[in-house]
Structures are given as structure tokens and as C-alpha cells.
Design a protein around this ligand. Structure first.
Ligand code: ADP
Ligand code: ZN
Length: 437
């Protein structure tokens, strides 16, 4: 490994667009051919009369039908596999609140490639074998645990598999082991900082932290800035999903100008979720991903339901891998209140602009006297018993929220530490509305 190199995999990271596209076509053709071994895809191809030879250009990807989460559920547990189970060495399963869970199978080669992808992301933001990497993700089925673990080991860092929760222990590890980099969900970083404050630990003075990888849940630019200010480090957005292995799919480079999605691993499409037609660069649509180097369970044109847009295909960092905007949320995170479409992230963006407010908030939807209402509870940074001041602040928050979401929610300011904190992904919305059929 060349410590000084900007790239961990220059042979892939530094490809020109033409070279990338050539590689993508070769890999797409091989993937479609390989999918003939999957009972699910074989039947799909037969249904629509698609043959592997029909893929002659990257545009031909549009001949392939989309794959959905429902397809994964319908073929639960192993109906999508493209290799015999004896070749598989691990599976990850997501619980899913309705219906069957989903399963993603991996061969040893898949796990190796996944580790390479995560290592590449961490290297890109400056991690090297002399770094100490602490992972505060849950381990087990949640892919943020093992995904980052193997990635950081592959890079050669000293890894601390701290797992989720137990903030006092996390802080002790950070200090005792000289942790330089942490991976955590953004909502947990703010919690960790609160405990540091309670314990009189100043991250700038008492730790060697320099890099954070934050992801696994939607967060706003404002939230990122807050996290960077709290800990005095750079925080890089990390995107992943179990269906695409887990972390390592998209990651910001040091420019922090969007997520580079690795195009030697995936073909990225952004489509209109209604018409399923591609949208022009810059327009928001649903992210659709095709795996290009997966053995056990390739997925073709997988509808992620995540909403984003293309920001560019070049970058001052020298990588031509596509840059996507931070996720706006999933199409199923969208709240429809009195006919208005609202994403939780829009509310977060406004709240985080108030210095008086801490980072934890909860949105509750209710039906009162046949009217649907939204209440935004948000924690105050500091306790304040000046009622008039709080009322003024509440009013100002409501006004700013109305400008953003076009509806006026109720706003409740609550003391710090009163809203629930989850160890994994934050729960931001509770929907208690009556459902009319
Ligand atoms: P589940 O599907 O059960 O939520 P995953 O861990 O596979 O479990 O979650 C993947 C999803 O998490 C993505 O589809 C996306 O909605 C969200 N996600 C992951 N990383 C980010 C990120 N950096 N920004 C916004 N959303 C993210
Ligand atoms: Zn870049």
C-alpha cells in the first residue's frame, strides 16, 4: 500500500468516463449472463423475452425489468441466488416491518469485494494503516457493523469494534486507544457529544479524533455542520443499503460535494418514480442500482426508493465516479399531510438553523377533531425559564417551518434529554393518525 497515494485502487478510482463505461458494459453483460443461474431472473427474462445477448450497450439496461423489495420478499429466503448455497458463506437479513424479511447472500468473493469498497471509501477521506478506527454501529444483521469492520481491517487500520450504545465506554475507548476515526449514525454522534460534555471531555483537547463517517440514515447539511463543530472534525456522508451489501456504496470525498457512487461496482440510474423514465441530471428522482461484481445475488435495476439527484460526473479530487446529492429520504418516508408532501429532512434542516435548539427532535402526526395535525417536539440546547422568550422562539420556528413545508405545525420546546434516543437509526416520525379507507 502506498501511504501517500490519494487512491487505494487507482486502477478503478482514476478511470476516465470512457474507461468506466467500457468496464461497466463488460460487467453488465457478464452479470446478466450470470443471472441466468438465478431461478428468479431466469423466469423474469423468459417472461419478457430478454436474452443476455440483447445487452449490447449501456443503454440496453433499459430492456431489463426493475427488481423491487417485493421481489426479494416473494423469493424469501434463497429464491434469487445465482450460485448454489454451498458457495455462500454469509447472509444478511433485514427485519422488515411488514411481510417477509429480505435476505442477501454473499460468497467469499462478495465479502472481499465489499471490504475493498469500504476500505476505498475510508482511504479516500484520509484513513491509513496507522489510524485507529472505532465502529459504533450495531453488529449482527445490521450491515454497518461487519461492513465497516472488514473494510477498516482491509485498509489496515487498528479497529475497535465497540458496537452500538454504552457511551461512557465508547468515550473511554476513544481516549485510551487514541481513536482517530469513528463510524456512527448521525443521531448517535450528537448523543455521544452530550455525554462527553457531561463527563467534562473536550474532544478537541482530550482525543485524537480527526475523521467521522456518518450515515445509514438521512441527515441534513445543517446536521453535518453541527456535528463537525461539536467534535472539531470532518464528517463524511456514507451511504449504503443491505441490498447492495451495506456501507461502501456511496461516500463523500474530501471535497464534500456529494456522494461518489462507485461505478465499477454499480450502474446508477435516477428515474421518475411514477413513470420510471430516466430524469435529467440535476432533477430529483428514485435511485436505481444494478450490481456489477456480485456473485451470490446480483440485483438488476433495483428500485431503492431513495430520492436523490445527479450533481456531477467529475470532481476536483480526480475521481470521475458519479456524484449524487445527499438523500432526501425514501419515497416511503414521505408524509402526506392535508395533501402536502413533506420529508422529515426538510424539518430537520430548519430546526438545525436555530442555535437555541439541540439536535434531537420528533415529529408526531395526529388526527384531532377530524383535522390532521403535525407536532414537532424539539429539545432546547439550554434550559430556559423565560416564558416570553420561549414563546417568541416557538413562534419564529413555526414561521420558518411554514415557509419550508407550507403548513404550520405545532411546536413544543422540551428540555434536553427528554426525547427518546434509539441506539440504531433514529425514529423521527410517529404517525398516530386515523386511517380512513
Ligand atoms: P433498512 O432497509 O432495514 O432500513 P438498511 O441498513 O439496508 O436497512 O438501510 C438502507 C437505507 O438507509 C437506504 O436505502 C437509505 O434509505 C438509508 N440510508 C443509508 N445511508 C444513508 C445516508 N447516508 N443518507 C441518507 N439515507 C441513508
Ligand atoms: Zn471527489
Amino acid at each position: 500500500m502506498d501511504y501517500k497515494s490519494e487512491y487505494l485502487h487507482p486502477q478503478y478510482e482514476a478511470l476516465s468516463r470512457e474507461e468506466l463505461q467500457k468496464l461497466q458494459l463488460e460487467r453488465l453483460q457478464a452479470t446478466v449472463q450470470h443471472c441466468m443461474n438465478s431461478p428468479f431472473y431466469k423466469a423474469r427474462f423468459e417472461q419478457c423475452g430478454l436474452k443476455p445477448e440483447d445487452i449490447q450497450s449501456l443503454d440496453d439496461i433499459r430492456k431489463i425489468p426493475f427488481t423491487t423489495k417485493q421481489d426479494l420478499r416473494d423469493t424469501y429466503p434463497f429464491g434469487m441466488a445465482s450460485v448454489p448455497l454451498t458457495k455462500c458463506v454469509r447472509l444478511h437479513s433485514s427485519s422488515g416491518t411488514t411481510g417477509n424479511p429480505t435476505v442477501i447472500l454473499h460468497t467469499q468473493k462478495d465479502l472481499d469485494e465489499w471490504a475493498n469498497a469500504v476500505a476505498r471509501c475510508l482511504w479516500m477521506v484520509g484513513l491509513r494503516p496507522d489510524d485507529v478506527f472505532q465502529n459504533s454501529s450495531g453488529y449482527g444483521m445490521f450491515t454497518g457493523g461487519l461492513g465497516f469492520q472488514y473494510g477498516a481491517e482491509r485498509l489496515g487500520a487498528l479497529t475497535v469494534p465497540a458496537a452500538a450504545g454504552n457511551s461512557l465506554r465508547q468515550i473511554k475507548f476513544i481516549k485510551d486507544f487514541g481513536t482517530t476515526a469513528i463510524h456512527a449514525v448521525p443521531s448517535y454522534v450528537t448523543r455521544l457529544y452530550e455525554v462527553m460534555q457531561q463527563e467534562g471531555v473536550d474532544p478537541r483537547r482530550d482525543t485524537k479524533l480527526k475523521v467521522l463517517a456518518i450515515g445509514a440514515e438521512p441527515h441534513s447539511e445543517e446536521q453535518r455542520k453541527r456535528i463537525e463543530d461539536m467534535l472539531g472534525v470532518k464528517a463524511y456522508n456514507s451511504f449504503g443499503m443491505s441490498e447492495m451489501c451495506g456501507p461502501g456504496v456511496g461516500f463523500e470525498c474530501k471535497e464534500q460535494n456529494g456522494l461518489h457512487f462507485w461505478e465499477d461496482y454499480y450502474i446508477v440510474e435516477i428515474v421518475d418514480p411514477e413513470t420510471l423514465e430516466p430524469v435529467p441530471d440535476g432533477e430529483i428522482g428514485e435511485l436505481v442500482l444494478t450490481t456489477l461484481n456480485r456473485e451470490a445475488m446480483p440485483l438488476l435495476r433495483y428500485r431503492t426508493r431513495d430520492l436523490t439527484r445527479v450533481l456531477g460526473r467529475t470532481c476536483p479530487c480526480g475521481r470521475n465516479h458519479i456524484r449524487l446529492d445527499r438523500m432526501k429520504g425514501r419515497s416511503d418516508d414521505m408524509m402526506v399531510l392535508r395533501g402536502v408532501n413533506i420529508f422529515p429532512i426538510q424539518i430537520e434542516k430548519i430546526l438545525m438553523q436555530f442555535d437555541e435548539l439541540a439536535s434531537n427532535y420528533l415529529i408526531t402526526l395526529t388526527t384531532d377533531d377530524d383535522n390532521d395535525n403535525m407536532t414537532v417536539e424539539v429539545e432546547l440546547e439550554k434550559f430556559d425559564d423565560d416564558y416570553a422568550k420561549l414563546q417568541k422562539l416557538e413562534k419564529e420556528i413555526r414561521r420558518r417551518l411554514k415557509d419550508e413545508i407550507l403548513l404550520t405545525p405545532f411546536v413544543k420546546l422540551v428540555p434536553k434529554g427528554t426525547l427518546p434516543v434509539s441506539e440504531g437509526k433514529a425514529v423521527r416520525v410517529v404517525d398516530k393518525r386515523k386511517v380512513y379507507q
